[in-house]
Design a binder for this molecule. Structure first.
Ligand code: THG
Length: 268
């Protein structure tokens, strides 16, 4: 699994406060803790105030790069902001994200042409998130075709099929699974990613729902997640699912994580 650590996000109240108070230490700690917990990328998202988004992202990126070698996942709804901050990254990582909304593809794809940057493509367009599977597949096809025009290979694309809250649509996970399977069938080299928390919106015991979503989505072929790697229960679910899906020879990763105290109750 390719883990994208979600914790450096200005929409989280404690991080918003750290940004406001220029608390470098808190951001540093989040970068280090997520890296130690197994993050392959560190998501950096400035939050919701557009006026200071570039400045905030640069500040976050500088701290993360000083603290860890883990590549970043640059998270902004505005493709022009992403374009503006890309030069502050010391090495290529992930862009979060493009979709068929407005001119996102047209702004981002030429910028990453010929580079090692990878990109997350959301299956939405100007009409929002489609509730059916076919529209998500159609959007995926068009994103892959547009990327191909710029020479961007399928293994650099992460499709996020945008799971809808189960409280709004009780077929939500089934649709996500169907979309994931079809996309993987069409494009075996493409990655599938997702945030874990959208599924449980409006429900109690959200983390239990999120962890079960993670396991079921992995079973369908999802190979990446935007998540909190420092959450021991989520990590245990992830490692158990990988093992059960035949991706952990001799159950080594699961056993080692347990022995090192990374999963399981702290008491043992
Ligand atoms: N898809 C893509 N990008 C995304 C999302 C997505 N970026 C933003 C968001 N969704 C993912 N990021 C977060 C960040 C924090 C939280 C949820 C989603 C969050 N974290 C809890 C906290 O910090 O308190 C901890 C959660 C836990 O321990 O399990 O709520 O869907 N492409």
């Amino acid at each position: 699994m390719i883990i994208i650590g979600e914790k450096i996000n200005g929409t989280i109240p404690s991080v918003e406060k750290a940004i406001r108070e220029k608390d470098e230490q808190l951001i540093r700690d989040l970068a280090i803790r997520q890296t130690e917990a197994g993050a392959d990328y560190i998501d950096v998202c400035a939050g919701t105030i557009p006026d200071i988004e570039i400045e905030t992202l640069k500040w976050l990126m500088d701290i993360v790069q000083d603290a860890v070698d883990t590549p970043m996942c640059i998270d902004s709804p505005n493709p022009r902001i992403i374009e503006a901050v890309l030069k502050y990254a010391q090495k290529p990582g992930l862009i979060n994200s493009i979709s068929e909304e407005n001119d996102k593809c047209e702004v981002i794809l030429p910028v990453i042409q010929g580079t090692e940057w990878q990109v997350i493509g959301l299956t939405c367009d100007d009409k929002g998130i489609p509730s059916d599977v076919q529209t998500r597949i159609d959007i995926t096809k068009r994103i892959v075709e547009k990327a191909d025009k710029y020479g961007i290979e399928q293994n650099k694309i992460y499709i996020d099929p945008l799971v809808i809250a189960i409280s709004t649509d009780n077929q939500s996970l089934l649709k996500f699974i169907e979309a994931t399977k079809k996309i993987k069938e069409m494009y075996p080299d493409i990655h599938i990613t997702s945030g874990l928390s959208n599924i449980s919106y409006g429900m109690p015991l959200r983390k239990v729902i999120n962890q079960n979503f993670l396991a079921l989505a992995m079973g369908a072929g999802m190979d990446s997640a935007i998540m909190n790697p420092s959450n021991r229960d989520t990590m245990a679910t992830l490692l158990a699912a990988e093992m059960l899906l035949g991706k952990d020879r001799h159950c080594r990763n699961f056993t080692m994580a347990f022995r090192k105290g990374k999963i399981g109750s702290q008491k043992g």
